[in-house]
Design a protein around this ligand. Structure first.
Ligand code: DX5
Ligand code: ZN
Length: 223
């Protein structure tokens, strides 16, 4: 599967956002990862509905919206998204996962289900027919700058094996959290193919986007 980069915009320099987005465009970055937090599902707030609207209106890069909010199925209409965008809802955040997934797809977007580090991959069994990707959280959600939960590497590998063995080889695997240059290589070897890059790679201090994107691509393109 094509390896793709999805920078976590919450980690960007907010005083230089326009230039950052333009360098994403110039460097053929595939998605922009937008973390939405409600202070309840995770103990933090980050970006909001107006930010998503503005971003959508100001770049052609598809969005990769990561909803860390409770009951996402009743809040999807708050967000601007459509064809080509990914929207991820957490398995742990709703009793109505199927409803949330179908609502995302009814708007032409691609549906992704996120699972926290301690959530086993078998919880996804009944939803695999309806989704386009799984987001394997490689840290506990809520904050940038955290350290990799090591057990998630083998989880990525088992997930890829399970998907391929059961007729779901089209489902993509996204990883999110401490995607450093070193960890990205391990995640890629375990068959992740969408890399949410934040403080430990694409936004490395002192490196411009063209340099850090190149370095990250070298780390993940191990085929
Ligand atoms: C954490 C967010 C991640 C985070 C990544 O809950 O989902 O996208 O911003 O930041 P790093 O790459 O620094 O772990
Ligand atoms: Zn995220």
């Amino acid at each position: 599967m094509k390896k793709q980069i999805s920078p976590s915009i919450m980690c960007a320099d907010f005083f230089d956002l326009k230039n950052t987005i333009r360098s994403f465009e110039q460097n053929s970055i595939e998605y922009i990862h937008v973390d939405i937090m409600d202070g309840s599902f995770v103990p933090n707030f980050t970006l909001g509905t107006d930010f998503v609207k503005k971003l959508k209106a100001n770049t052609f890069i598809p969005l990769d919206i990561h909803l860390m909010i409770n009951e996402p199925e009743s809040k999807l209409d708050w967000f601007e998204f459509g064809e080509g965008d990914y929207v991820a809802v957490h398995f742990e955040s709703t009793a109505h996962l199927h409803k949330a997934v179908m609502a995302i797809k009814s708007r032409g977007a691609k549906a992704m289900v996120a699972i926290n580090p301690a959530t086993p991959i078998n919880v996804l069994e009944a939803i695999l027919d309806d989704i386009d990707a799984v987001l394997v959280m490689t840290v506990n959600p809520g904050f940038a700058g955290q350290k990799l939960v090591k057990s998630t590497i083998k989880k990525i590998k088992s997930l890829r094996e399970y998907l391929d063995a059961n007729g779901y080889s089209h489902i993509e695997i996204e990883v999110d959290g401490n995607v450093s240059f070193e960890n990205a290589a391990l995640m890629s070897e375990a068959s992740a193919n969408i890399f949410v890059a934040g403080t430990s790679s694409i936004f490395t201090k002192g490196m411009d986007i063209s340099e850090s994107a190149k370095k990250l691509r070298e780390a993940i393109d191990i085929e």
